[in-house]
Ligand binder design. Structure first.
Ligand code: SF4
Ligand code: SF4
Length: 289
């Protein structure tokens, strides 16, 4: 029985706040390495990432690079594919939705590693055992545990991880989810669970505007409008102090027309700029009208 008496304990992961400091990763190692818990065998120090920080570089050339990071532990899926792939009840879903690997029954069941769509299960060669995040259920179940959260959540210095009862509409976690953009991990398809991802960035379209090249000066305040070639929706902005413009979180796989205008200069139009991934249009040098 959970001390917190939560019906559906869950973690909301807000990627917009994650700064890839790895405090959560280290807290997970601290909790699970070196000894067995009531629900799991010791996690090896190397080669397993129960709290896996997925990081990538954004942008398609060196002129506009951003990074993104998405902490990706087990999602504790509803109707989990790993449970379907396991035998003899080796992986089971608790009443509260937390998915647990039974360290005795799961011995030798390497097939469950490949069943996880987000690669959250790791194979322990020495123990011949699949292993993964327990959401620190062994702590939450313990009436003597002084904390109220999984160790990773407790360690996060930037509120990128929030723990609470997903079944309670008035809980902090439910309010946070309602106020943010839920961004389901692509690999999970429509599988929901006890982990909810928020604000995972999709694609940006960006560029820079400058006065005629010989002036060697960026143009501040140029008007930039983009129009989706398929649905006609538009977004507008102005270039900043560096002459840069950026449209963040656009839908992927779309084609856009980019229109750049500034008083006294010819309007510039680019067609077919795509957001299959993050895309930097380049530098636009204005010409006198
Ligand atoms: S994320 Fe992977 S390991 Fe976790 S419950 Fe879902 S299928 Fe199983
Ligand atoms: S502790 Fe928080 S900010 Fe740091 S990597 Fe983990 S989720 Fe991101």
């Amino acid at each position: 029985m959970l001390k917190t008496k939560m019906k559906k304990p869950g973690i909301a992961i807000n990627s917009a706040r994650c700064m890839a400091c790895y405090a959560c990763f280290m807290a997970c190692k601290d909790e699970h390495c070196g000894w067995d818990t009531a629900l799991s065998k010791s996690q090896p120090e190397m080669g397993q990432y129960w709290m896996n920080i997925v990081e990538w570089e954004r942008g398609d050339n060196e002129r506009r690079i951003k990074t993104a990071s998405v902490p990706t532990p087990c999602s504790h899926c509803d109707n989990a594919p790993c449970i379907a792939a396991s035998k003899n009840g080796a992986i089971y879903e608790r009443e509260d939705g937390i998915v647990i690997i039974d360290p005795e029954k799961a011995k030798g069941q390497k097939q469950v590693v490949d069943a996880c769509p987000i690669h959250a299960i790791y194979w322990n060669e020495a123990l011949q055992l699949p292993q993964k995040c327990t959401m620190c259920a062994e702590l939450l179940d313990d009436p003597d545990y002084p904390g109220f959260e999984p160790r990773c959540v407790e360690a996060c210095p930037n509120q990128a991880l929030v723990f609470g009862d997903l079944a309670d509409p008035d809980s902090e976690i439910s309010k946070l989810i309602a106020a943010n953009k839920v961004t389901q991990l692509e690999a999970l398809g429509d599988i929901t669970g006890n982990v909810v991802h928020l604000n995972v960035p999709s694609a940006f379209l960006a560029g820079t505007v400058a006065y005629p090249k010989e002036l060697e000066e960026v143009c501040i305040g140029a008007h930039v409008k983009i129009t989706c070639d398929e649905c006609g929706c538009t977004y507008e902005t102005e270039t900043n102090w560096a002459g840069d413009y950026e449209f963040e979180d656009l839908p992927k796989g779309k084609s856009w027309t980019v229109e750049i205008s500034y008083p006294g200069f010819k309007t510039v139009e680019y067609k077919g700029e795509r957001t299959d991934h993050d895309h930097y249009v380049g530098i636009t040098y204005l010409e006198q009208a």
